[in-house]
Structure formats: structure tokens, C-alpha cells
Write a protein that binds this ligand. Structure first.
Ligand code: CP
Length: 354
């Protein structure tokens, strides 16, 4: 039994195993999950993640219970996430959870007796999206190793970017982070790149590097995560691509990905160009998530590497400074990870400076 919480929990070999199983399961109707029940808990809206997890579960023969909005649940009566997880583990064999709080997935996994699959926790991570992103890159470009990838848009709150960067650093990729300062890639993400000596560039405009990149990964500005709507208005609509700005100005084989939903950053006139792969990407969510279910429940052979033990400590004095962290909303153990030179929150991965 395995949880899927953070890309930090995977090695390159583990990732390649997931992609291998996804390929094996694509277009197969094996009832690997027959008699299993999936608990699908969506505390935040979703189209692709919820439906592709559900589709994968049905294709593998499972039944699905849960909710797509917390409004009709006992959360409305003040129930904690802890108790919601204790109940769902009693009713299901595996839990898929999307939550608005950073670190909620790690918290749920620690409580649950059944595997927890992180379907997005606040602005923190979205590892199942990463698996389908990597699956798409491998399928479209033949391999992932050494590719040049440009992330454009909201790199601060974009959990898909955080998880995908963590994965791609294992494939020796080169990164271009293209965003206005207020939504640029956080330091706690680039530190991992610095440590490994991986090349990256912090930029405002994508035009100057368009000819160099293999993957243009567009993202939506995440309006719902801004504390101040004026800050959102300052950055909304800055990076918009269309047919005219892309076709003939990039590598012939460059692909455009987007985790979707899009707002206005990718114009629909790009949809029928050979570069646009975002709908194929979303469709790849089904085999990728079928693989995740099967591996998490040990229903297929898939090797898992031993990771070095983390130095996890508990202390009442060391408190996560991230206001959006689950530690501020639930009764949690006050845990942090002591790394060689710094400490970070065990739940939401943010640096703890004090
Ligand atoms: N990519 C993604 O997470 O989409 P949804 O929010 O629609 O699930």
C-alpha cells in the first residue's frame, strides 16, 4: 500500500515505473480494482482530476463514493478533516482527496489506514497531474531526459508547476520560469535546483526563449488563491499566447501543455495546431491515474525505491509560517523536516525560518 502525496517521495525509477504501468493499462479493460471502493473527496472544484480518477476507477472495475463539493457534508456542521478521513477509511479501500489547504494531503495520509492519493492540496502539490504530464511528454517527444521546459503564468500558486519541477529535476531538464515577480517561482522550489546544479532562468517574457524550448507549459493565474484582488488584477492577462505568437516562431516539434482549466492565457485558435497537446494531456489522466490506483493498492508489480530517511522532528516552538498550511486549521503534530542547512514544514514543504 502506497500513498501518492508529493513528488519528493519518488525517485526517477519510481516515476518510470508509474509511466510503464500507465502504458500497459492504456486501452485495457482489466478489472484490477474489482470489489474495491474508492473514496473521492473533493473539497475544491475539479473537472479533469475528479472525472479522470473516477473514469480510471470504473474502467478498472471499482465503485466510487464521495462528494464533489463539501457543501453537502458534515464539514458544514464543523466536522474536522481528521474525522472526515477516519470515516472515509471505514467506507472505502483508497482515498482520492483534493483540499484547499497546503499540506492537507500529508496530514490525511498520516491519519488514514488506507492509501491517500493527493488530487491537489492548496498551492502545494498535484502529483497525479505530474504523472500524466510526464506521460504526455514521453509519448509526444519520445523521452523526458534533458528537455527544455518553460513554465508560464502563475508559478507561485501553481501546484502543478511545483510538482512537475520536482519531477523534471530528476531528468536533468533545463527550466525557464516566466512570470511577473508577484507570481514567480518560490525560492523553496528553486533551492532544490540550486542544490543539484540544475540550469534555470527567471524571466518575464517567453518570446526571447521560444525557439529554444521543447515544452511550453502554460498555467492559469489562480485568482482564488490571492488574498488581495488588486494584486490579481495586476497580473491577470499578462501572458497570452495565440496562433500568431507561436506558429512559425518556435521549434517545429515544440508542444504546448496546460493542466487546464484555461481562462484566457491560451487562445482557442491554437487548439487545432500541431503544437497544442493539452487535450491529449488531460485524456492521459485516465491511464496515469489507473496506474496510480493499481500501484497504490499493490495490484500490479511495480518496483519502489528506498528513499533516504528524512530527519522529521516535533516541536511546539517551531511553527510553520505559511498561513495557508493545514497546521493552522487542524490539530496536527507540530512536525518539521530538518535538512542539512534549513528546516521546512513536514506538511506543506515551506521553509521555516525561525
Ligand atoms: N488539472 C486539473 O487539476 O484540473 P481540474 O482542476 O479540472 O481537476
Amino acid at each position: 500500500m502506497r500513498d501518492f502525496i508529493s513528488m519528493k517521495d519518488f525517485t526517477k525509477e519510481d516515476i518510470l515505473e508509474v509511466l510503464r504501468v500507465a502504458k500497459e493499462l492504456e486501452n485495457k479493460n482489466e478489472e484490477l480494482l474489482k470489489n474495491k471502493i474508492v473514496g473521492s473527496l473533493f473539497f475544491e472544484p475539479s473537472t479533469r482530476t475528479r472525472l479522470s480518477f473516477t473514469s480510471a476507477a470504473y474502467r478498472l472495475g471499482a465503485k466510487v463514493l464521495g462528494f464533489d463539493s463539501p457543501d453537502a457534508t458534515s464539514l458544514k456542521k464543523g466536522e474536522t478533516l481528521r474525522d472526515t478521513i477516519k470515516m472515509t477509511e471505514a467506507y472505502s479501500d483508497i482515498i482520492v482527496m483534493r483540499h484547499n489547504r497546503d499540506g492537507a494531503a500529508r496530514f490525511a495520509a498520516d491519519i488514514s489506514r488506507v492509501p491517500v492519493l493527493n488530487a491537489g492540496d492548496g498551492a502545494n502539490e498535484h502529483p497525479s497531474q505530474t504523472m500524466l504530464d510526464l506521460y504526455t511528454i514521453q509519448k509526444e517527444l519520445g523521452s523526458i531526459d534533458g528537455k527544455k521546459i518553460a513554465f508560464v503564468g502563475d508559478l507561485k500558486y501553481g501546484r502543478t508547476v511545483h510538482s512537475l519541477t520536482k519531477a523534471l529535476e530528476m531528468f536533468n531538464c533545463e527550466f525557464y520560469f516566466i512570470a511577473p515577480d508577484v507570481v514567480q517561482i518560490p525560492e523553496y522550489i528553486t533551492r532544490g535546483l540550486d542544490k543539484k546544479g540544475i540550469k534555470y532562468h527567471i524571466l518575464f517574457d517567453y518570446k526571447e526563449i521560444l525557439k529554444e524550448v521543447d515544452v511550453l507549459y502554460m498555467t492559469r493565474i489562480q485568482k482564488e488563491r490571492f488574498e488581495n484582488i488588486e494584486d490579481y488584477k495586476k497580473v491577470a492577462g499578462i501572458h497570452v499566447i495565440d496562433k500568431e505568437s507561436i506558429v512559425g516562431k518556435c521549434k517545429d516539434e515544440m508542444i504546448i501543455l496546460h493542466p487546464l482549466p484555461r481562462v484566457d492565457e491560451v487562445k482557442i485558435d491554437l487548439d487545432d495546431t500541431k503544437h497544442a497537446k493539452y487535450f491529449e494531456q488531460a485524456a492521459n489522466g485516465v491511464p496515469a491515474r489507473a496506474a496510480i490506483f493499481s500501484i497504490a493498492l499493490d495490484l500490479v508489480e511495480a518496483a519502489k525505491s528506498e528513499l533516504p530517511e528524512k530527519d522529521i522532528r516535533k516541536s511546539e516552538e517551531v511553527v510553520c509560517e505559511n498561513e495557508r498550511c493545514i497546521t493552522n486549521f487542524e490539530e496536527t503534530d507540530n512536525k518539521y523536516v530538518q535538512d542539512t542547512e534549513h528546516k521546512y514544514c513536514y506538511y506543506c514543504n515551506r521553509d521555516i525560518k525561525k
